[in-house]
Design a binder for this molecule. Structure first.
Ligand code: SF4
Length: 188
């Protein structure tokens, strides 16, 4: 575990621990406030993220930013966003188990350095990795689980909302619950 961002970033940007390093254009480390109390975690970079080196850009990123703005959150000021895997799985497939296993130490180190009070998992892959292996987004979205004094919540991945807009009201409700939890914990 690295105790400085510089060491962690150097290790991560030179990482070749799994085969995703062979096809990435850019490693997508994370973005936001490194002292944020609230962290968002997705599954892995898509095509646009791979091209730009930043998580959640393109249409899904725009949708996420809209939802964040509704509850006074922004990647520019008060949250940090990262992914389970830092390199793009080809064809936007889910990360494989061995890739996630290899990469999770980077995310754990980011959490160690940030020490967030709330972690929001965007989509099934992140929620099953961080909350519970049998997490069902459609059934358990918006529920908070306390783990090691960190409140964790799973909600829909913005890309899934673009494919299934019928879930948008539930996602908005999850963000309102997040707002209430932020107020309850007096985080902002
Ligand atoms: S996905 Fe993670 S483990 Fe694999 S090469 Fe990229 S940084 Fe390393």
């Amino acid at each position: 575990m690295f105790s400085s961002w510089k060491e962690l970033e150097e290790s991560c940007f030179s990482c070749q621990k799994c085969s995703l390093s062979e096809t990435r254009k850019n490693l997508v480390f994370g973005v936001g406030n490194k002292e944020a109390k609230i962290m968002f975690v997705g599954e892995g970079p898509g095509e646009q993220e791979d091209l730009k080196g930043e998580p959640f850009v393109g249409k899904s990123g725009q949708l996420l930013d809209q939802y964040l703005e509704l509850i006074d959150l922004s990647r520019k000021t008060n949250i940090y966003i990262a992914n389970i895997v830092k390199c793009r799985p080809p064809g936007n497939r889910d990360p494989k188990e061995e890739e996630a296993q290899m990469c999770i130490s980077h995310l754990r180190n980011q959490v160690y350095l940030i020490r967030p009070k709330i972690i929001v998992c965007l989509g099934r892959v992140a929620a099953q990795r961080l909350i519970s292996p049998d997490f069902r987004v459609t059934k358990q979205h918006g529920e908070f689980y306390e783990k090691n004094s960190v409140y964790m919540m799973g909600t829909f991945h913005p890309s899934a909302l673009l494919r299934n807009p019928g879930n948008k009201p539930d996602a908005l409700s999850d963000f309102q619950k997040l707002r209430e939890k932020i107020r309850e914990l007096d985080l902002l």
